[in-house]
Design a protein around this ligand. Structure first.
Ligand code: AMP
Length: 562
C-alpha cells in the first residue's frame, strides 16, 4: 500500500497526515496527488464527499503554494458556507506545520467587512462560495491576478444552485490560472461543457462509478398514498428509535409544517429552509450537530453542502423532482466508511420514477412494507430493554440510594417494577398505535390505476382524489370542450418531470397563474394541457421553441393538429 510519504508531498504535509491519523492515502488521493503536484495539469475528479477529495486537492495546493508570498495564489470555490468552513477547517489541519501559510473562508450571510480585513492580512488560499466571491471581486477587495490554481468543488451542486454564470465569471477573471481542478459527484452535460471550455485535456479520475451512490447505503422505498404520507413518516421514525437523520421535502412549506407537527408530537426536530436568517440557520445546524436535535427536515437547496457525520438515515418525504438530486440527498448518509439507510416514501404511481433513480444510482433498491403498529411497538420495546441494560450506573453514587429504593419498593416485585418502567416509556406508542391502520399500498403495474387501502386496511380501486379523476378541483368536467383549449407539448415524465414540477415549470415559463389550467395529462414523451382559451397563446408563445436540457420544446394547440 502506498504511503503519503511516497506520493512526493512536502515533509511538513506528511507530518500533518500522520498527526491526523491518516495511515494511507484514499484511492482518489493516491491517483490525484502525484499528478497535481506538477502544478500544470488540469483535473476532473468524479468523486463524492467522503472519498477524501478535500485532502486530494488540499495537500497538493499547500505543497505548491509559496507561503512567503503574501497574496492569494489559490482559490477553492464551493457551493455552501458549510462546505466552505469544512474545507477551511481541513486545510488548517493540513497546514499545521507550515507557519506563515494562511487560508481564508469567504461566504455570504455574514459581515463582508471582517472578510475584507482578513484578506488584507495576506492570505495565500481563499475558499469561497461563488456569490460572496463575486461581491468581493466587484468591490475590488480581492485580487485574482496572481491566482495560479482554481479548484471547483462539488461543481454539480454549484450548477444545480444556479451558479453557472458566477463560475464562468471566476474562470474568466483568473488570467494567470495555471491549473484548474474540478470535483463533482455527477457528470451532467453542463459540467462537461465547462470543463471543455475552460480546461486543457484534463486528467480524469473516477472514484466509484459516475452518478453512483455510495455502496454503503441501503436504499429502501415504501409505497403509500398521499393522505398517509405523514403517518408513514412517523412510523418509519418510530420504527428506528436510534435514528439521527435528515428528512427531505420538496417545499419550504412542507418542511416547516412537518417540523411543527412532529415537534408538537414530542419529536426532537427542526426545519432548515431558505427563509431562515443566517443566525437561525446556525442555531439549527449547531443543535443538530450536537445531537440535541435527532432529526432535521430540509429542502434540497437549504441542505446543500451540509456535512454532518454519522447520519444514520436520510428520508425522502417525497422524491425530488430531478432524479439526480436523489444522489445528493442519499449521499448525506453512509459516509467515511459508515453504513446508512436512505428511505423514500413514494406513491404507487412513482415506481417508474423509482426505477429511473435506481438506474442512476446503480445499487439495488428494496421495496419494504411500512411497519405495522405492532411492529413499531415491538421495536420500541427492544430498544427500551437495550437502553435499560446499557444505562451507565457507575457514576452518580447510586449505591447510596439503594436502601431508600429498597424500602420504597419493598412490597413490589421485580416483575412489576419492570412493567411500570415499560409503561412509563411506552404509553405514548401503545396508545397511538393501538388501532393503527395498514399504510401500505400495492405497487401499480403498467396500465393500472391507483389503489389505496380502504378504512379496513383492504385495497380498493380508484385514484387519490375524485375517484375517476374526471373532474378538476373546481368541479369542471374535462373533455376539451367549454372554455378550454388543449395544448400539446413534447415534454413528459421521461424528462424527469412529474405533475407538480411540470405544472411549476410551464407556469414559471409563461408567467401565468395556476387558475388558468385544467387537467394535465402526462405521458412518457408528451403531455396535454387544458388551459383557458384566453391564456393559451401566451403559453405557446412563452414555451414553444425554447430549449429544455438541450432539446427544443414544441408546444401547439392539440386540437388543430388533428
Ligand atoms: P472528504 O471526502 O474530503 O469530505 O473526506 C471525508 C473524511 O475522510 C474527512 O473526515 C477526512 O478527514 C477523512 N479522510 C480524508 N483522507 C483520509 C485518509 N487518507 N485516511 C483517513 N481518513 C481520511
Amino acid at each position: 500500500m502506498t504511503t503519503f510519504d511516497a506520493l512526493g508531498l512536502d515533509a511538513r504535509l506528511v507530518q500533518a497526515t500522520d498527526a491526523l491519523g491518516y495511515k494511507n492515502p484514499t484511492p482518489i488521493q493516491e491517483q490525484a496527488i502525484p499528478v497535481l503536484l506538477s502544478g500544470t495539469k488540469d483535473l476532473v475528479g468524479l468523486a463524492q464527499t467522503g472519498t477524501g477529495k478535500t485532502a486530494a486537492f488540499g495537500l497538493p495546493l499547500l505543497h505548491l503554494i509559496d507561503e512567503k508570498q503574501k497574496f492569494p495564489q489559490a482559490l477553492v470555490v464551493c457551493p455552501t458556507r458549510e462546505l466552505c468552513l469544512q474545507i477551511v477547517n481541513e486545510m488548517e489541519q493540513f497546514k499545521q506545520f507550515i507557519p506563515g501559510m494562511f487560508v481564508a473562508a469567504v461566504y455570504g450571510g455574514t459581515s463582508i467587512g471582517q472578510q475584507i480585513r482578513e484578506l488584507k492580512r495576506g492570505v495565500q488560499i481563499v475558499v469561497a462560495t461563488p456569490g460572496r466571491l463575486i461581491d468581493l471581486i466587484e468591490r475590488k477587495a480581492i485580487n485574482l491576478e496572481e491566482i495560479k490554481y482554481v479548484v471547483l468543488d462539488e461543481a454539480d451542486e454549484m450548477l444545480n444552485m444556479g451558479f453557472k454564470e458566477d463560475i464562468e465569471f471566476i474562470l474568466q477573471n483568473t488570467p494567470n490560472r495555471g491549473a484548474t481542478w474540478l470535483f463533482s459527484a455527477t457528470m451532467p452535460p453542463e459540467i462537461k461543457r465547462v470543463s471543455k471550455r475552460y480546461m486543457k485535456e484534463p486528467f480524469e479520475i473516477t472514484v466509484g462509478k459516475v452518478n453512483t451512490a455510495n455502496k454503503n447505503i441501503d436504499h429502501q422505498y415504501y409505497i403509500t398514498s398521499a393522505q398517509y404520507r405523514y403517518q408513514a413518516l412517523k412510523r418509519l421514525i418510530d420504527f428506528n428509535p436510534g435514528i439521527y437523520g435528515i428528512i427531505f421535502t420538496r417545499t419550504k412549506a412542507d418542511a416547516q409544517d412537518i417540523a411543527e407537527k412532529l415537534t408538537r408530537e414530542g419529536y426532537d426536530i427542526d426545519a432548515l429552509h431558505g427563509d431562515l436568517t443566517q443566525q437561525q440557520r446556525d442555531k439549527v445546524m449547531g443543535e443538530f450537530r450536537e445531537k440535541t436535535l435527532q432529526l432535521l427536515i430540509a429542502t434540497d437547496v437549504a441542505a446543500r453542502g451540509i456535512d454532518v457525520k454519522d447520519i444514520t438515515h436520510v428520508i425522502n418525504y417525497e422524491l425530488p423532482d430531478d432524479v439526480e438530486v436523489y444522489t445528493h440527498r442519499s449521499g448525506r448518509t453512509g459516509r467515511a466508511g459508515n453504513t446508512g439507510i436512505c428511505m423514500s416514501i413514494i406513491h404507487a404511481r412513482e415506481t417508474g420514477k423509482m426505477r429511473q433513480i435506481q438506474s442512476i444510482v446503480q445499487s439495488p433498491f428494496h421495496k419494504l412494507e411500512i411497519p405495522s403498529g405492532k411492529d413499531v411497538c415491538r421495536k420500541q420495546f427492544y430498544h427500551f430493554m437495550d437502553k435499560l441494560l446499557q444505562t451507565d450506573i457507575s457514576h452518580g453514587g447510586y449505591e447510596t440510594y439503594v436502601p431508600m429504593l429498597e424500602e420504597k419498593f419493598a412490597d413490589i416485585t421485580k416483575e412489576e417494577i419492570l412493567k411500570r418502567l415499560a409503561a412509563m416509556e411506552f404509553d405514548r406508542f401503545l396508545k397511538y398505535y393501538e388501532n393503527a391502520e395498514d399504510l401500505n399500498v400495492r405497487e401499480i403495474k403498467r396500465g393500472e390505476r391507483g389503489e389505496r387501502p380502504n378504512d379496513r386496511g383492504r385495497f380498493e380501486r380508484g385514484g387519490e382524489r375524485g375517484g375517476d379523476g374526471r373532474r378538476d378541483t373546481r368541479g369542471r368536467t374535462f373533455g376539451g370542450g367549454g372554455d378550454y383549449a388543449r395544448l400539446f407539448v413534447n415534454l413528459g415524465t421521461k424528462d424527469g418531470f412529474y405533475k407538480a414540477s411540470f405544472l411549476q415549470f410551464i407556469l414559471d415559463m409563461s408567467d401565468l397563474r395556476k387558475e388558468v389550467l385544467g387537467r394535465i395529462d402526462m405521458k412518457e414523451m408528451n403531455s396535454w394541457i387544458e388551459i383557458d382559451k384566453g391564456a393559451a397563446q401566451q403559453m405557446i408563445r412563452a414555451i414553444d421553441g425554447k430549449n429544455y436540457r438541450g432539446r427544443k420544446i414544441r408546444m401547439n394547440d392539440a386540437d388543430s393538429r388533428r
